[in-house]
Design a protein around this ligand. Sequence first.
Ligand code: ATP
Ligand code: LTN
Length: 335
Amino acid sequence: MSTVPSRRPIVFSGAQPTGQLTLGNYLGALRHWVTLQQDHDCLFCIVDLHALTVRQDPNELRQNIYDLAALYFACGIDPARSTVFIQSHVPAHAELAWLLSTFTQIGELERMTQFKDKAQRHHHNINAGLFTYPVLMAADILLYDTDRVPVGEDQKQHLELTRDIAIRCNSTYGPLFRLPDPLIAVEAARVRDLQEPTKKMSKTAASDLAKVMILDEPDAILKKFRKSVTDSLATIRYHETEQPGVANLLDIWCAATGNSRATALDHFSHHQYGRLKNETADAVITLLAPVRERYHQLSRDPAALQALLADGATRAKERAAGIMNRVKSAIGLPV
Ligand code: ATP
Ligand code: LTN
């Protein structure tokens, strides 16, 4: 009996090479990517064109791109199973972004929270790319007939816009784009800044104490958790608005140990903050140690890393070409 091979759902995701990755990136994104490889056809991109929306030093940017690739592999992304590539190696991303920008309304882009945040943080450089950033992201996703996009909660609004753009194109030209669904992790979807726990932990935060980096050494991790901001209530409960710092530590402990929130409260409710901070630090140190080790191994062979990325780009280009032709033909551009 012959069986028709069923198509595995397509996953696309990416992170910006804007600096080292944080624990937030790991818990909210990368560790889920690794699991998805088991039963999805995955593309993982280093979105360097997105990083340009904030001024970058050229040498630092280049280094960050390769470091990020090494981190993807160190976290467990397997180049034999997934397509890993640098966005700027596949020109179709920028090309499709242009086409999609003509289907995106200025009012929609003005509502994007990330734009409003970043425009405030970089008020000397509110460039057009920062504004149209979500259109490039829509292009990344729609270019591969993506079914699912694993992201942290902060990206949900961009995913909704991607779907709206796709729906608009489909209603004009017929079924052109597949509509992607966001995959947002339930726990640790929004790891918070350790110094200002009402904000998300961001790799570009100014304060070092605010963020745990995936590659931090154990003593640095311990120090950051010990100095993390909590409150003066001196009681361990889970209350996001009244005790955001404590809720964050509980969430991180749960995500790092695989325990539920109920177990965490059982475990910590009769203890003081010091215990919660120390145990959360220990759990994170154990979680990240193997990643750090693999990263240092991979960084010793930059040529091998570049070869993997070149191969990823070749595969991504082939896949993108088919879809670009379909889109151009539908719109009326000669192919
Ligand atoms: P930047 O500080 O440059 O804005 P970032 O830290 O938000 O960057 P990205 O490269 O934009 O990182 O994001 C990579 C992935 O990590 C995305 O899926 C994003 O949703 C997720 N992510 C980022 N920060 C967090 C966080 N604090 N908690 C959970 N997920 C996060
Ligand atoms: N905007 C995302 C990074 C990103 C992305 C993507 C994520 C760019 N293109 C496509 C998923 C799919 C961010 O800031 N985290």
